[in-house]
Design a protein around this ligand. Structure first.
Ligand code: MD6
Ligand code: FE
Length: 217
């Protein structure tokens, strides 16, 4: 009891919140990594800047994307895939910095998924109004591995449905440094991000950045 009270000083949110079976939000988990994380991100963006991908249906995505790791997630009119080459630069994607690897593995571990070793990190940038429609993450070969998702900057409403597109999604507010770990029975649940509300974040300014770590193959 005393320990609980002590931990809640300055932060009234619970440190961990179940979203569904196999899925959990670790509130503020990325905070201790932030000082190393942000410069590492900047270096990645220099090499492979954000760009707006086109879906197989021909729509330009409102979310801008890039990747780091040995493979990156890409979309173009021919489909979705993981590719070792950044189609924009013609070079390999930037390597995954150790601090990102550590953050993803520690969060997975904390959520009960031991030995998570992602090879892909998709980096998404939302400006006010940008959104991500309901989708399933199913371009990976191994659904046994969880997905680790780090939120930075402006808060977003994360929509978390079920196995069917028509399942009414629950809404979770994800804030700066919150980490979602998600796998097992909910690994293939439909999910998305509601249009980002305008605002100004002290560290990240007028945007939300999301890092999604996956074992792609
Ligand atoms: C986002 N995230 O939060 C988008 N997918 O910006 C995702 O689409 C996502 O956060 C699978 C697992 C976790 C995620
Ligand atoms: Fe997703």
């Amino acid at each position: 009891m005393t320990a609980d009270l002590f931990e809640s000083v300055g932060d009234t949110r619970p440190p961990r919140e179940a979203m569904a079976e196999g899925a959990v939000v670790l509130r503020g988990f990325a905070r201790p990594f932030e000082a190393e994380l942000l410069p590492a991100l900047r270096a990645i963006l220099k090499q492979s800047p954000f760009r707006h991908l086109v879906t197989p249906g021909g729509h330009r995505m409102s979310v801008a994307m890039t990747n780091c790791g040995s493979v990156g997630w890409v979309s173009d009119p021919t489909g979705y895939r993981y590719d070792a080459i950044d189609p924009e630069s013609g070079q390999k994607w930037p390597a995954m910095p150790p601090v990102l690897r550590r953050l993803a593995a520690d969060a997975a571990d904390d959520a009960g998924y031991k030995g998570f070793a992602p090879e892909a990190c998709l980096i998404n940038r939302y400006v006010p109004g940008a959104k991500l429609s309901l989708h399933q993450d199913k371009d990976e070969l191994d659904f046994a591995a969880p997905i680790v998702s780090v939120s930075l900057g402006l808060p977003a409403i994360f929509l978390f449905g079920g196995l069917k597109r028509a399942d009414k999604p629950a809404r979770f507010r994800l804030e700066h440094s919150d980490v979602v770990v998600w796998g097992g029975p909910s690994r293939l649940f439909f999910h998305g991000v509601a249009p980002l509300a305008d605002g100004e974040h002290a560290v990240m300014c007028r945007q939300r950045i999301n890092l999604t770590f996956r074992k792609a193959r």
